[in-house]
Write a protein that binds this ligand. Structure first.
Ligand code: HEC
Length: 215
């Protein structure tokens, strides 16, 4: 009986420690979060290149830098990522390169440049993640998955490098998370960003119109 209390306390504290530990283990880390986001950005980018750009190529609808000028042009794969990134609040995603066609796509820090060098040097490493100042970053090698990546980059008038070959690492897809974001997840922006209404949103019917199943 005299041992009852200490044993109970011990059992309780072990139990609580276990609960706390498993709750912590269940929290996604910055590393996991960054890698998931990277995986999704990469998947959509690749699907865009293989299923849209390559599919339309023979019809004469091709990716062009100034695609807005003509409805027969498509955004470049990089522009597609950047345009999606512009709709995201709370963290950054984008494309960077050591020899970029657009100087705005240069790495933002030395750590980013070094990661790109590592990805180019060691082709077995597909993703690198690291703390960089107040951000957590993950970079994944952006490979020349189709010949048109190489052709366009090598022939571009602003090309600082003209010897890309198929399957080369052309740059990196990057995700930058703010480390001060709460551990309960990245805060969503207080309201949607103030971008102008796009054509699809404009076509969305007035919400006062009853849904088809109540009409
Ligand atoms: C028709 C031309 C064209 C094609 C095809 C193309 N790119 Fe690009 N790419 C560009 C241009 C132009 C930019 C700069 C866009 C910007 O940020 O304004 C760019 C940007 C990039 C960047 C960021 C660094 C930089 O150079 O500015 C990477 C990485 C990249 N492209 C990789 C690829 C890969 C991989 C493919 C194939 C899946 C590809 N590109 C296909 C023209 C092209």
């Amino acid at each position: 009986m005299s041992f009852g209390r200490p044993v109970l306390i011990l059992v309780l504290s072990v139990g609580l420690t276990l609960v706390a530990w498993s709750a912590k283990a269940a929290d996604p880390t910055f590393d996991q979060t960054a890698r998931y986001i990277l995986e999704i950005v990469k998947a959509f980018r690749t699907a865009y290149v293989l299923d849209v750009v390559e599919h339309l190529r023979e019809s004469g609808v091709v990716p062009k830098e100034d695609w807005q000028k003509d409805s027969h042009f498509l955004p470049l794969p990089a522009q597609f990522v950047k345009s999606a990134a512009a709709q995201v609040n709370g963290f950054e995603m984008g494309l960077i390169g050591l020899t970029p066609l657009n100087p705005a796509n240069r790495p933002k820090t030395t750590a980013e440049s070094e990661a790109l060098v590592q990805l180019e040097k060691n082709r077995d490493v597909r993703v690198l993640s690291f703390v960089d100042g107040d951000q957590f970053k993950a970079i994944s090698a952006d490979l020349a998955i189709v010949q048109s990546c190489v052709d366009c980059h090598n022939q571009h008038p602003q090309a600082p490098r003209q010897n890309f070959r198929r399957w080369d690492v052309m740059g990196g897809i990057i995700v930058r998370l703010n480390r001060n974001a709460s551990s309960e997840g990245l805060p969503l922006g207080p309201e949607p960003s103030k971008r102008p209404v796009g054509p699809i949103e404009r076509a969305v019917p007035n919400p006062t119109v009853p849904a088809p199943w109540v009409r």
